[in-house]
Design a protein around this ligand. Structure first.
Ligand SMILES: [Cu+2]
Length: 157
């Protein structure tokens, strides 16, 4: 009897290894840039929608900045990086949205304090079609994360 139970368990582990790993909307690999009080910063992450319904990221809140916005960076016609605020970013069912330097990011405008490497920032993601997701995001060195350059490093992600 014990042996049969063990086999069933092993089968379940195998199944879960093959299928989608996770449920709901999950954030992974999240980090944010260090920054100085009154300056700006940005957070990045991979968001995966494991639900069978489309959801959309519609806002982010945190108390470390006077404004927290969703931005999309892109190369302008004149060859400079530009950022546009996004009201909402769709994540279709079963798909992932990557927020990364040079692309989508969470923008922190007007930091209320210095953010040093090693600090942690609480951030709440708001979705349409899904519940809020709160994360504790580590502050990391952008150069180490391969994030400097393109994403606007004159203090602007
Ligand atoms: Cu931005």
């Amino acid at each position: 009897m014990k042996r049969i139970f063990g086999l069933i368990l092993a089968g379940m582990v195998l199944l879960s290894a093959c299928g989608p790993k996770g449920e709901g909307v999950q954030a992974e690999g999240y980090w944010m840039r260090s920054g100085l009080k009154d300056g700006n910063s940005a957070a990045y992450m991979m968001l995966t929608n494991f639900t069978d319904q489309d959801v959309a990221l519609i806002g982010v809140s945190s108390d470390v900045a006077t404004a927290v916005e969703i931005h999309l960076s892109s190369m302008g016609a004149d060859g400079t990086m530009q950022m546009a605020q996004q009201e909402s970013v769709a994540i279709p069912a079963g798909e992932a949205l990557e927020l990364k330097p040079g692309s989508y990011h969470v923008m922190f405008v007007g930091l209320t304090k210095d953010l040093n490497v090693g600090d942690e920032v609480t951030l709440t993601l708001h979705f349409e079609g899904y519940q809020d997701v709160t994360l504790t995001v580590p502050v990391q060195d952008a150069a180490e994360m391969g994030g400097s350059g393109m994403d606007g490093m004159q203090g602007m992600p």
